[in-house]
Design a protein around this ligand. Structure first.
Ligand SMILES: [Mn+2]
Length: 334
């Protein structure tokens, strides 16, 4: 399938491919709180580099959520530790709106001669030597699709599976951010062996019972603020303990809040380790959650974003977020 890239995108693809062809040893990494786009894009590119006869290693800050472990090569993915000592020729940072989203892995990234940044977040400042950033792609997986097509002239079945997963999940099951060429890319991935039903089952229909029990507890403190059409819930460490769950068991909770007709802004507050509280935000209207998240050092997209707080309680974080929403409404930024 021939899909025409814009002149600038085509130029970036050929510049990146020049580096991929010339250099030998590649480090691939992605953002903390790995999602389907992060891991799918990363593994597809890893596989393509291997097929091109290159040496490659994937090092991530976080482990891969269980729902994505059906993807190929996930057992080869390393979790960052200070013992990993590598000097890659090139580091490729994938799907990261900023360099600190890679966590400590950036220490390894900095050792590379050349750093490449491939991402579709609007706020990406372009932190690498070579930056291919364009928010007009539905997923970073879509960008990697064009990159591999150019590099290897084809896409393997395994890579197609990874990239399909990336696009499926980052578009919220083909709801958000679909571009005119997205379905062309998806069609090609299916032609190359990506199995939509199998992937959807793995990602969406294999939820452990314990996670539903956690959802039950979380729904117990669901709140709705009528004036701002805001809906949110909090998940405490105590809830995780009671249900024997982990953060990855909250996958999809935010999407449930998004389904609420009365809500325009939704968020989920989660107590994590080391005094960290994480907030995921979604907007269904004009309200810009990326702008909100950026007030607290976070980022993302206009309609989906996140941020972290350290040393605050769930209630304190809740208040901070609500205050900021209020402020933005008063400034008319919604
Ligand atoms: Mn993404």
């Amino acid at each position: 399938m021939e899909i025409q890239l814009s002149l600038n995108d085509a130029k970036k693809v050929s510049e990146i491919c020049e580096i991929l062809e010339k250099e030998r040893y590649f480090l691939l990494t992605t953002h903390r709180n790995i999602d389907g786009d992060a891991i799918g894009s990363e593994i597809a590119l890893y596989s393509a580099l291997k097929r091109a006869g290159k040496e490659a290693i994937i090092v991530n800050y976080d482990s891969i959520p269980a729902i994505y472990r059906f993807l190929p090569y996930t057992k080869r993915v390393h979790i960052y530790s200070s013992e990993i000592s590598i000097t890659p020729d090139v580091a490729i940072v994938i799907d990261c709106g900023s360099s600190d989203r890679t966590g400590n892995v950036f220490k390894l990234v900095k050792k590379a001669k050349i750093v490449v940044n491939i991402d579709h977040h609007f706020s990406n400042p372009g932190f690498a030597h070579l930056n291919w950033t364009n928010h007009n792609f539905s997923a970073t997986g879509e960008m990697v699709y064009f990159l591999i097509s150019y590099l290897n002239r084809d896409i393997s079945r395994k890579e197609a599976e990874c990239l399909y997963t990336a696009i499926l999940t980052d578009t919220g099951s083909f709801i958000y951010n679909i571009k005119p060429f997205t379905m062309g890319v998806v069609q090609d991935l299916i032609n190359r062996g990506a199995a939509p039903e199998k992937i959807a089952k793995k990602v969406y229909l294999e939820r452990p019972l314990r996670s539903i029990k956690l959802l039950y507890l979380a729904l117990g403190n669901l709140k709705f603020e009528r004036e701002r059409k805001t809906c949110w819930m909090k998940i405490s460490r105590d809830m995780y303990r009671k249900t024997r769950t982990k953060e990855e068991d909250t996958e999809g909770f935010i999407d449930l809040l998004v389904k609420i007709k009365e809500a325009n802004i939704v968020f989920l507050i989660k107590e994590a380790h080391n005094n960290v509280v994480k907030v995921s935000l979604r907007s269904k209207g004009r309200f810009d959650v990326e702008c909100l998240a950026s007030k607290f050092g976070g980022g993302g997209h206009k309609k989906a974003a996140g941020c972290y707080f350290t040393g605050l309680s769930l209630d304190e974080v809740e208040q901070k977020v609500l205050n900021e929403i209020d402020k933005m409404f008063q400034k008319g930024r919604m």
